[in-house]
Design a protein around this ligand. Sequence first.
Ligand code: MUC
Ligand code: MG
Length: 367
Amino acid sequence: MKITAIETIPYSIPYLKPLRFASGEVRSAEHVLVQVHTDEGLVGVADAPPRPFTYGETQQSVIGVIEKIFAPQLTGLDVFAREQVHARLHRTVGNPAAKSAVDMALWDIAGQALSQPVTQLLGGYTDRMRVSHMLGFDAPERMAEEAERIRDTYGITTFKVKVGRRPITLDLDVCRALRETLGDEAELYVDGNRGWTASESAVALRALEPVGITLAEELCPADDVLGRRWLVRQSTVPFVADESATTPAEVTRSLLDGAATAISVKTARTGFTQSQRVLFQCEGMGAEVVMGNQIDGQLGTVCTVAFGAAYAAASRRAGELSNFLDMSDDLLTEPVTIADGTLAVRDLPGLGVAIDSDKLTRYRQDR
Ligand code: MUC
Ligand code: MG
């Protein structure tokens, strides 16, 4: 079965409230829907969320690189010739969200062709993941209120708290308020998106010991090489590399350099094929992983849970699967639901999703 065309559709869906964090903020999901067409009539779909503050991509760059470079290089290739597809994608540096959407759409086609859910093709370990909810910057009482509402509505008890503001007491007060409101049974961890220096991070980690956190992510820049290594060595919880370890090579460097002891796997930036490489590499090197969220909509979330639930190591920790709750609407005909703190994989061929054409008409920006 051959690839015949790759379609890119920019769309914009407003957020109910902005998500703020140390490296930026998101007010609307300005993503690109990617559809790969084949000569047998099957169409694979995936989402590309451009994150300029993390990878430098924009909607226009995603569309441009797919239309100008990837589509001409991939048209005519067999859908199952994944190594050839990736050899061609890798002739271009960067552009992780664009490459990942193409990769995941091809897996969607493979699953449809074989009448198997993608999660089964990947590994088929379990049928659901526990969900971790990400809390963006706000005042302590508002973040505590949101956490309580999310816990009471969806049964979620794991929260990733965005930190990295100055003075650091702003975020320490938030973490203390969350522990006070949620009690000991809640799992809390922090993500600084490189907002602090290594020494500020060290002060914060010590102050958070009585609060009890389970992971610390990108508190300071990995480019502050010695400071970061010094910080990671004194952390009493796994230290997660997210935006500093976006390729298999960066993951290796990060772990060997002592810049991290755990890795965030995001299907939005490594698709399924490269996420497999990252995951297997982490397993081989004895590093834990957490399934991260690239501020995904529902389609991206379906991809994250399909990958995470496919493997024991990827589903051990709660996955970051709930950012779509902040959006005012979405594109899928069958919405993603979270119940009892978990999100189930779709037991349907491929990714098991269909795009609502009325909604796409409403939100697309190219017509
Ligand atoms: C996260 O885990 O950092 C914010 C920036 C980004 O690249 O992803 C989000 C969430
Ligand atoms: Mg992060």
